[in-house]
Write a protein that binds this ligand. Sequence first.
Ligand SMILES: NC(=O)c1ccc[n+]([C@@H]2O[C@H](COP(=O)([O-])OP(=O)(O)OC[C@H]3O[C@@H](n4cnc5c(N)ncnc54)[C@H](O)[C@@H]3O)[C@@H](O)[C@H]2O)c1
Length: 414
Amino acid sequence: MNGETSAAAFVEDVSIEGHIVDSLILPKILDEITALGGKFEISEIHVGQRRNDPSSARLQVSAATAELLETILTSIGQHGAVPVHQQDCTIVTADMDGAFPEGFYCTTNQDTEVRLGGNWIAVDLQEMDCGIRIGEGDQSAECLPMSQVHQGDRIVVGRLGVRVIPQGRELSEHGTFAFMNSAVSSEKPKGVLVRDVAAEMHKARNGNGRILVVGGPAIVHTGSSEHFSWLIREGYVDVLFAGNALATHDIEQSRFGTSLGISMEQGNVIEEGHEHHLRSINAIRRAGGIKAAVENGELTSGIMYECVRHNVPFVLAGSIRDDGPLPEVITDALEAQQRMRELIRDVTFCLMIATTLHSIAVGNLLPARVKVVCVDINPATVTKLSDRGSFQTVGLVTDVEPFLRSLLNELQGS
Ligand SMILES: NC(=O)c1ccc[n+]([C@@H]2O[C@H](COP(=O)([O-])OP(=O)(O)OC[C@H]3O[C@@H](n4cnc5c(N)ncnc54)[C@H](O)[C@@H]3O)[C@@H](O)[C@H]2O)c1
């Protein structure tokens, strides 16, 4: 196969290996080279014969200018294409707090390695849109958010000596998660997807997995609070991330039987119901917080109550539109991000339900190896997630209530 390299062009040999054929990584790389205006020649290719066999390829990539070649190599490097002639990564010391040195290597959410002293070592705390900080003695490397750079930190600059290990197909798997490729499922049988989600959650709960749920207030507005509470009680939620609204309306429902002033029993607007959520926030603030309100018997049911009772850690991240907010809401966005980073370290499965804001925020923090299911009535939410790099997200376009009801049916039958 030939993308017509030219003798006059700027040229680099790159190699790529792994499940590059069945995960469509190789075609993606070839397409990207030509789309960016470069050319390629496949000098070697070895295709694995059996299902578990990896494949490998060596390409000669060329471009009309050194800058274009650099752009192409940076882009295809994110899919695991690595220059054949490698060297150790370049390290530059940060000259100020809160900013990287110019030319810093910008991370993806895919597992990454850096070359130090001739050895490739894994980068810890993988997260997209960060830099890479090298530890003392060149023995460790980790992703570092820009706001956490300190003067004197040793930061990787340029793409040399950095390689990405692309997320391929998981060989043991079938169905929804076999190809983690943003399947938005408005036109797919939802029952199959729900069954696969239930199987993943069951496997995580009964094994070493850890489940993160990211939720929006529509969980409460649609009358799904009890479904969600059941998931918490049964050990299917290890961590909860949400905003002020989910917790507020959940507490409103527990105290007044309404959500945003709508009766959960009758579905009608209750007189002065619009005040209920504010009165709920006020009561919790007076009690000293959600946990204190559970302990003193003021809050006796609902999602937040179950989280406290079952020691499920939660992060309520603030937003500009919050009323109150509830005392546990972290209003400093960077502090909320950091608390979320601490709690996602061992997460293996993430269920995002009915929140664009928090889903995208969490998508930015999760490494690509974490399976993500995003349930939203609007397909644009899932599309936004994948456009921002969380390509491993499987989307389920549906109302949250029937989704949670059928998830419970599946889990209760498993
Ligand atoms: N009174 C308050 O304090 C208050 C009120 C609202 C929101 N907020 C805060 O504002 C921020 C953004 O709020 P958000 O995350 O709710 O808004 P968002 O717009 O980011 O997300 C809401 C999502 O819910 C989806 N959705 C709506 N109904 C649904 C249904 N029945 N089934 C499935 N999906 C459904 C929408 O398509 C949308 O994607 C949050 O931090 C929140 O806590 C605060």
